[in-house]
Design a protein around this ligand. Structure first.
Ligand SMILES: Cc1ncc(COP(=O)(O)O)c(C=O)c1O
Ligand SMILES: N[C@@H](CCOP(=O)(O)O)C(=O)O
Length: 469
């Protein structure tokens, strides 16, 4: 399998090189040159497989040629063996034909574990083989950071730098990151917002001279391996609910458009998904596009769902690439113009075509809390605020009651006690045993100004097991 850039100018790479890259050298994002497509019979034959075996079937074509089947399968078995629930991604029924897929039974209690537990093990595999050390830089609005640290913790060959917006993640999220004290783990709180952090990571890929020759690797969803791993659970849900003979719809709480883009790919790989709902909080650039063909920057609004407090969505570029017949030059032109003007629209017929699959809704804090309270009353189930946004959007935008509607449950409610207790004052979600002492753990974090040079200087001073590069 070869991977090409959404801007058409960077060299095509194989899976190993894509994993070890981040942004393509032309500023674009890597996507598979050709998507594998599975038949109905093939998908139906996966009905009784454990999660890791399903993951092997779905992802094998993406890694073929770079890793032996036996090694890949062993890595997958180990990856999904650490999840607390034996079903890995259990489906919880809310109503007649309405479900939440719980993606928060991994070590850091958010859906990011599905991809980052795998990514850490794959990095370990390839870096050990190459005997190479790398620097990882990641930006987080709260969940990617801890999942990346947890996923890469056992990887000897990395120094990992995670940038989060100072005082804009929940206390549980912050402590999950800052209580990891190894000398190759570095948390940086930026006096800015998530988009500032994300911009700094992207700028660091564009000019890597501060790394003095050390390779830079991405853990955000700009890294193709993140998206690849997230495709699997769409197959898992569909198969559990009667697919592929039966159609299915998903509602996806969205920020960087990574998780829902994985669903879009699952559909293009043969899964009968007939609706994808883009569920945003008040930071609704994706809803503005889906509802009115206007992708424009706005100011950032802090919300009760901080992990989705994102102004510009990285993976939207991957969708734009497909919307424009995979014309990299056109995508480069659109992205250049977006950078210059802060807004973009696409030709009306392309937008109309996209809307055949996607619906969208922006959900405010009040509606989020009302949904948490309502679902708790109806089912006794406590939703986290991001999942609640998905459930609310699912109920508002659903096209057919006959089609199973699955909302992606992206985080455990215990990560966001403030929002949960605002909605259900009597609720007090309890940290799982492996995190029970979280509030007593020592923390280590460096606060830095919103200044690229200061961040890059910090990385170059600490990028070799805490020592200068
Ligand atoms: C809990 C939670 N829900 C939803 C999202 C949105 O996912 P994506 O950025 O892939 O759209 C994120 C992070 O982005 C998250 O941490
Ligand atoms: N919500 C994310 C933001 C980063 O998104 P990513 O999927 O590109 O890593 C977070 O929790 O950090």
């Amino acid at each position: 399998m070869r991977y090409i850039s959404t801007r058409g100018q960077a060299p095509a790479l194989n899976f190993e090189d894509v994993l070890l890259a981040g942004l393509a050298s032309d500023g674009g994002l890597y996507v598979p040159e050709n998507l594998p497509r599975f038949t109905v019979e093939e998908i139906a034959s996966w009905a009784d497989l454990p999660y890791y075996e399903l993951a092997f079937r779905v992802m094998r074509p993406f890694v073929a040629g770079c890793i032996e089947d036996a090694d890949f399968k062993a890595i997958l078995k180990d990856t999904y063996g650490v999840f607390e629930h034996s079903a890995v991604a259990p489906l919880r029924q809310l109503d007649g034909n309405e479900w939440v897929m719980e993606l928060f039974h991994g070590p850091t209690l958010a859906f990011k574990d599905f991809a980052l537990q795998l990514l850490g093990r794959l990095l370990d595999h390839f870096l050990t083989k190459r005997n190479e050390r790398v620097v990882i830089m990641g930006a987080t609005s709260g969940d990617t950071g801890s999942a990346a640290i947890e996923g890469c913790r056992r990887c000897e060959n990395v120094d990992i730098f995670i940038l989060h917006p100072h005082q804009r993640v929940s206390e549980v999220q912050r402590r999950q990151m800052t209580s990891a004290l190894s000398d190759n783990i570095h948390n940086i709180a930026i006096e800015g917002n998530f988009d500032d952090c994300q911009e700094m990571v992207k700028a660091s890929f564009a000019d890597q001279s501060f790394l003095k020759g050390t390779r830079l690797v991405a853990v955000n969803s700009i890294n193709w391996a993140r998206i690849m791993a997230q495709i699997v659970y769409y197959f898992h849900a569909a198969i559990q609910l009667g697919g592929p003979q039966r159609s299915i719809a998903f509602s996806v709480p969205t920020g960087n458009f990574g998780d829902i883009f994985a669903g879009y790919l699952a559909r293009n790989m043969g899964l009968p998904i007939n609706q994808l709902i883009v569920a945003t909080n008040r930071n609704d650039i994706l809803h503005r596009f889906m509802s009115g063909n206007r992708y424009n920057k706005d100011e950032l609004h802090p919300t009760l769902s901080p992990s989705m407090d994102i102004m510009v969505s990285s993976n939207f570029e991957r969708l734009l690439f497909d919307m424009h017949g995979r014309d990299g030059a056109k995508v480069a032109e659109l992205m250049d113009s977006f950078r210059a003007t802060g807004e973009m629209s696409v030709a009306e017929e392309r937008w109309t075509e996209t809307r055949k699959l996607f619906d969208s809704l922006a959900v405010d804090d009040e509606q989020t809390c009302a949904t948490i309270a309502q679902v708790y009353q109806e089912t006794g189930e406590l939703l986290d605020p991001h999942t609640a946004i998905g459930v609310h959007a699912a109920r508002e935008c659903r096209r057919s009651l006959a089609t199973p509607m699955v909302t992606l449950g992206t985080a455990h409610p215990v990560k966001f006690p403030e929002a949960v207790q605002k909605a259900v004052p009597s609720a007090s979600p309890v940290l799982p045993a492996h995190m029970a002492d979280l509030f007593g753990r020592e923390e280590r974090c460096t606060v830095l100004a919103n200044d690229l040079a200061a961040v890059q200087d910090f990385v170059s001073q600490h990028g070799n097991r805490g020592k200068p590069l």
